[in-house]
Write a protein that binds this ligand. Structure first.
Ligand code: FE2
Length: 214
């Protein structure tokens, strides 16, 4: 078995600067409101690559499509896909800009919702202190996600491919009502913890490294 370590993960400096300028409002909103919508979190070409990749990944790894566990919101999902774990790591500088905090990646998760699926209102576990849900693709009618910060009114959000909602996963309640007119909805979740926060020990979701199964 070959053990390889690849080094180049950094965004070129000019790309980092553009992203920082675009997301100054998002930072303010995230800190004040508990969540924010980041349009174009993933650029169009990359989101198309991710979409096509996930379609192939489902064909290659049919065990990801086993009907879900009881109580699961979708029948198709998988933990720590190699590509999405890469997105988790590569998004770290952007996520630190948006949140204004130094972060550790914890884990990524991919979900393909199908007709009739529902995400019940919930908050996430400690490894999801800062969470991202990034929209990849929809077949059928767009399907909004609902967000509700403590003490605030709920609000619904429609995301285009590449758009993301960044939120305090352990505090902000989120849900989706039953998908009656949406045939397929594909998204991935990225989770991080604050380096100086109470959940820092959930770095890599307590795995030896990213990319591994739990
Ligand atoms: Fe969640």
């Amino acid at each position: 078995m070959i053990e390889a370590v690849f080094i180049s993960n950094e965004l070129p400096q000019h790309q980092q600067t553009v992203f920082m300028e675009q997301n100054m409002n998002c930072t303010e909103e995230f800190q004040n409101k508990g969540y924010t919508i980041v349009r174009g979190f993933i650029d169009p070409q990359s989101v198309q690559t991710i979409s096509r990749y996930l379609e192939n990944a489902l064909k290659r790894y049919p065990e990801n499509n086993q009907g879900g566990k009881s109580g699961d919101s979708s029948k198709i999902s998988w933990y720590a896909d190699p590509l999405i774990e890469t997105v988790l790591l590569n998004s770290l500088p952007e996520m630190e800009n948006i949140t204004g905090s130094k972060l550790f990646p914890s884990y990524s998760f991919t979900r393909v919702y199908t007709k009739g699926d529902e995400l019940k209102p919930h908050t996430d576990r400690p490894a999801c202190e800062v969470s991202v849900t990034c929209h990849v693709a929809t077949v059928g009618k767009p399907w909004p996600i609902w967000m509700q910060a403590p003490g605030s009114e709920p609000s619904e959000h429609y995301l285009e491919p590449g758009d993301a909602c960044v939120y305090h996963g352990c505090q902000v309640k989120h849900w989706r009502t039953p998908a009656t007119e949406t045939d397929i909805n594909v998204q991935f979740m990225l989770h991080y913890v604050k380096q100086d926060g109470p959940n820092a020990d959930h770095k890599f979701d307590k795995r030896p490294s990213l990319g591994l199964n739990k």
